[in-house]
Design a protein. Structure first.
Length: 627
């Protein structure tokens, strides 16, 4: 359980049980007292355009204060102050259409006046503390909560200028009072929940620091924009910190700003150098929280803050909490989580906000040609993996099921527990054999998943020296089976690139299936669009998104589909710093008409934006094999 679990006083903890906060304000801004309340003009008339409420109804609403509401425990105890402010209060009640809203706004108005009155007298109470006078509960200060503004914490604010989703409201409420792991599918508002929590801690701790961490710089930049749109915190109070910022400048930024967006490694460095005022950190939001395993920078940040016995809230966000129970438990322990909010696409309260999906799995056989190349490549693998088996650093396994990951694990085990008969130069030779086998199995994955062209492009980089793998190149050049296979692929693909009239070579059978699916989609939409255009309706555009795990295959897919222009217009996206706005600047033709996007690498939430704009039914995720 996190260090903030028992942070709040009892009346504030009870506050979380009521859900009336949703109608408190229509909008909010970045300061404690900027919530808008409609008041009459000096001549007693209501402002033009607002909903009307009679004075008698308003007076009745004032008398009908909610009973037992923990938000306002002190209002009924202030009869002395109420007598002198009664007339002024009755005239200044805000007008709302709904009776429930009238009651809540009346309560808010009275509470705001009471809080302002308490602030005016709190200094006198502090000055006379030595006289033995007893402070009222509403102005009680909490010695164990440095910087905590108890008057602001009478309420927590939830935005109503966005459509209210019950699951977001519930998660936001829980996350204010417990260290919470929010597990939501991508595109369902995790950042919105974080914005609500950050804004309320921004109010409750006027001098506190709020930290939002994301694993990569592009994600950090995207979260700044998203949080600003929801939170309304002044941009002058927010800052993005990167490793390129100078030490003195960083220290000044930490001193002057209040809300920080940064990568966890930057936070670790600033905590270690004491550039970050750790004692002022009151809320830590962690995006992509499933990465908090082992000695990840996320874990280091929480450990450093917790080691100083600091009080801070943790909000962790993820779409995929972990592959197994052990991983999830590690995340929960490392981030001091005390409560989990978990939803899936099938959860009843989010089903209305999820896109419908139809998943069809298509299994394409390798075919005779690719199977023959697979058999020849396995002979190359047998030659080099047999060295590791003979040295007893790896158990003999079926070469067809052996993976690059298993080789990496075997190498790590060899490094940790070297065999006694392996010493000196022999250990270096085996390290080289491990590296060569790992490279060869990466090529095997390319062959099986993407085909011969991707395999050739990968080994072309090794053989021409651009990949700087001299030992691998020398070993492969002395392997006749490999050289025969390489020269055959070279004649196949280099010749085709030089002669554009040559027919396209499908390096994997599933490329033909992919081409058929995409062509069928566009031809069907083109026919439907032509019929509607004849009837005088607007032309309908469509989009197709193709994800690939390997960069080498992206250009091949694009070249295959470009042969069907102008029916299909292709754009390719590669790399991790992708954004939809950037893609529009680089490829303005993608803003209109139909087309296919072929993408490699992780899309950093941009896939969601793209799909929403174009009506596609795909959501961002880790790139996967399409077929």
């Amino acid at each position: 359980m996190g260090p903030f679990l028992n942070l709040f006083p009892q009346q504030i903890t009870k506050m979380s049980k009521g859900l009336n906060q949703r109608t408190l304000f229509q909008t909010w801004s970045g300061s404690n007292n900027q919530s808008k309340v409609v008041q009459p003009t000096k001549d007693g008339r209501k402002p033009a355009g607002g909903p009307q409420t009679t004075q008698s109804n308003t007076t009745e609403a004032a008398k009908a204060k909610p009973t037992g509401n923990p938000l306002w425990p002190e209002i009924s105890q202030r009869s002395a102050h109420a007598s002198e402010d009664q007339v002024r209060t009755e005239e200044a009640y805000p007008a709302f259409e709904d009776d429930d809203d009238d009651l809540m706004v009346v309560a808010v108005y009275e509470a705001e006046k009471s809080l302002q009155h308490d602030r005016g007298h709190s200094l006198q109470r502090d000055d006379s503390a030595g006289t033995g006078s007893k402070a009222s509960p509403s102005t009680e200060t909490y010695q164990d909560l440095p910087g905590f503004d108890s008057s602001s914490a009478k309420v927590w604010i939830y935005p109503t200028n966005y459509p209210i989703r019950e699951y977001q409201l519930k998660m936001s409420e829980v996350a204010l009072f417990q260290n919470t792991l929010v597990c939501l599918p991508t595109g369902l508002g995790k950042t919105f929940i974080a914005s609500v929590v950050m804004y309320n801690f921004y109010r409750w701790y006027p001098s506190g620091k709020i930290v939002f961490m994301a694993p990569t710089k592009p994600l950090v930049a995207q979260q700044i924009e998203a949080c600003y749109k929801v939170m309304g915190i002044p941009q002058a109070h927010m800052a993005e910190l990167t490793g390129s910022t100078g030490a003195k400048q960083r220290q000044e930024i930490w001193r002057a700003k209040r809300v920080f967006f940064l990568t966890p490694q930057v936070m670790v460095n600033d905590l270690s150098r004491e550039t970050c005022p750790a004692q002022q950190v009151k809320c830590v939001v962690i995006d992509e929280a499933h990465k908090a395993l082992g000695n990840h920078a996320y874990c280091q940040v929480i450990r450093q803050l917790y080691s100083q016995m600091l009080q801070f809230r943790v909000l962790a966000l993820t779409a995929t909490p972990g592959g197994d129970a052990k991983s999830v438990q590690s995340v929960v322990s490392n981030l001091l989580i005390s409560h989990i909010e978990l939803r899936s696409d099938e959860s009843p309260d989010i089903r209305a906000y999820s896109h419908q999906r139809s998943v069809e799995k298509v299994v394409v056989p390798l075919g005779e040609i690719l199977s023959a190349h697979q058999a020849r490549y396995l002979q190359v693998l047998e030659k080099f993996t047999s060295r590791l088996v003979q040295s007893r650093v790896m158990a003999h396994k079926d070469l067809r099921t052996l993976s690059k990951y298993q080789l990496i694990l075997a190498r790590d085990q060899f490094r940790k527990n070297p065999l006694p008969h392996i010493k000196g130069p022999q250990q270096g030779v085996l390290e080289g054999d491990f590296a060569l086998c790992i490279s060869l199995y990466h090529g095997y994955e390319l062959l099986m998943q993407m085909g011969l062209r991707s395999l050739f492009l990968y080994f072309q980089g090794i053989m021409d020296g651009s990949r700087e793998m001299s030992r691998a190149r020398n070993e492969l050049q002395r392997t006749p089976v490999f050289m025969d296979l390489y020269q055959e692929m070279e004649a196949m693909f280099v010749k085709q690139s030089a002669e554009s009239d040559e027919p396209f070579i499908y390096s994997h059978p599933k490329l033909q299936k992919l081409e058929d699916v995409v062509l069928q989609h566009f031809r069907l939409r083109a026919g439907s669009s032509a019929d509607k255009t004849d009837c005088g309706t607007q032309e309908v555009s469509t989009r197709v998104m193709i994800f690939s795990s390997f960069r080498e295959s992206v250009q091949e897919i694009a070249a295959m589909l470009n042969r069907h222009a102008p029916l299909i217009r292709v754009m390719t996206f590669m790399g991790q710093a992708f954004s939809w706005e950037g893609s529009q600047r680089l490829h303005p033709e993608g803003a209109a008409g139909g087309g296919a996007q072929v993408s490699s690498g992780r899309l950093q939430h941009a896939g969601v934006d793209l799909c929403r704009r174009r009506g596609a039914r795909y959501r961002r995720g880790r790139p996967h094999r399409l077929l």
